[in-house]
Each structure stands twice: as C-alpha cells, then as structure tokens.
Design a protein. Structure first.
Length: 202
C-alpha cells in the first residue's frame, strides 16, 4: 500500500479480544494480518501479493474504496520512435522500366509490452509489398513504437488504451514513414488509407 501511496489503518487485534473474534468471524481466518477494503476481505499477505501479481489488486481497491480513482487517472505519451525500417528494391532497374504498374499489398500488426508498473511500449509493425505479375518493385518493412505511461486505470481500460488509443496515435506517423520511404526509394508515394483500431460494432 505504501508503494501505491495509499493510506491505511493498522488495527492490532491482539490487543482486543473482541476485535480478533470479529476478524475471525468475517474472514474465517485466525492468522494476521488480514487486509480489508471497507467490507471487502482481500485476504492475508500472500493473497494480496497474488492479486498484485495478477494485476487485480488496483481495481479491487479503487472499486471498493471511496478513493475516486478517476481523479488520479493519467495517460502520457513519453516518446515515439522508429524501431526498425528497411527498404528493398530486389528487381533493380527493371522496376523503374516496367510498363505494368504494381499492386500494393499492405499489412500491419500491433503488439505491446509492459516495461514497469505504469509504462508500456506499443508497436505497429508493417509491411508494404509492391509487385506485379512479373517482378517485385519494392518491399518496405517498418516498426514504429511509442512509450506510454498509463496510471490508475483498471485492467479493461488499460487493455482498451493499449489496443485502440495507442495504435490510433501511432498509425499516422507510420503512414508518413512508409510514404517517405517509397519516395526515397525512387517510386511514387505509397498512400495508405487511415485505419481505426476500434472494434467494429454489429
């Protein structure tokens, strides 16, 4: 609790028999300490550590304690950066002399990694493949990443931020990188259509 900057009251039940009896009655346990958030019994030390390791402790605390978690929520973009970029023109001069324009295939994947209590790295990994029936004009592979600080959101909210909000922030930068890379390789700009990472509702 100290690490989470949450104040708490310690009650020594060994000094009061009636308090110990009440603790045993409510928790069904005789060992100490037993941790409560209002009327919610979290368990002993091992139980609390287990909840923390599973990422469930914060939501239980803030949902059952009049602490007003929403007042302390914050979302910060700490850094965005190009993690990886490669451009190949495997057919060389033939790509520039071909009279048949290429077809552009584009794909993108997202992933995230928790690096400490509040910080996450979210990455968009993409590939642009331009080819016709005869040759491959160019292949561009790019990964664009961001470091995001997400504080005091519950698990579902964090998942939504990582799966939707962060990719939506990163994608415009990725589009620009792919466009510039195709131009620098000597071709017309690749104009990728905007993408929304929000799920489609039926």
């Amino acid at each position: 609790m100290n690490k989470k900057n949450i104040s708490f009251e310690k009650i020594d039940v060994d000094l009061d028999t009636s308090l110990r009896e009440e603790m045993v009655k409510i928790s069904g346990r005789t060992s100490v300490p037993q941790v409560f958030v209002n009327d919610l019994h979290l368990g002993g030390c091992d139980d609390v550590y287990d909840l923390e390791n599973k990422g469930k402790l914060d939501s239980l605390i803030f949902k059952n304690w009049g602490l007003g978690m929403s007042e302390n929520k914050s979302f910060t973009i700490k850094k965005t950066y190009v993690k990886d970029l490669s451009v190949e023109v495997p057919s060389g001069p033939e790509a520039f002399l071909s009279k048949t324009p290429p077809k552009i295939d584009f794909k993108v994947d997202r992933n995230n990694l928790k690096i400490n209590q509040d910080d996450y790295v979210v990455s968009l990994t993409s590939e642009v493949n331009a080819k016709n029936d005869e040759i491959t004009f160019f292949v561009i592979e790019a990964t664009f990443s961001g470091i995001f600080e997400i504080k005091n959101y519950d698990e579902n909210e964090v998942k939504q931020i990582l799966d939707i909000s962060c990719p939506n922030i990163l994608f415009p930068y990725l589009r620009t990188i792919l466009c510039d890379a195709s131009v620098n390789a000597g071709f017309l700009p690749v104009l990728i259509q905007p993408i929304s990472f929000a799920p489609i509702k039926n």
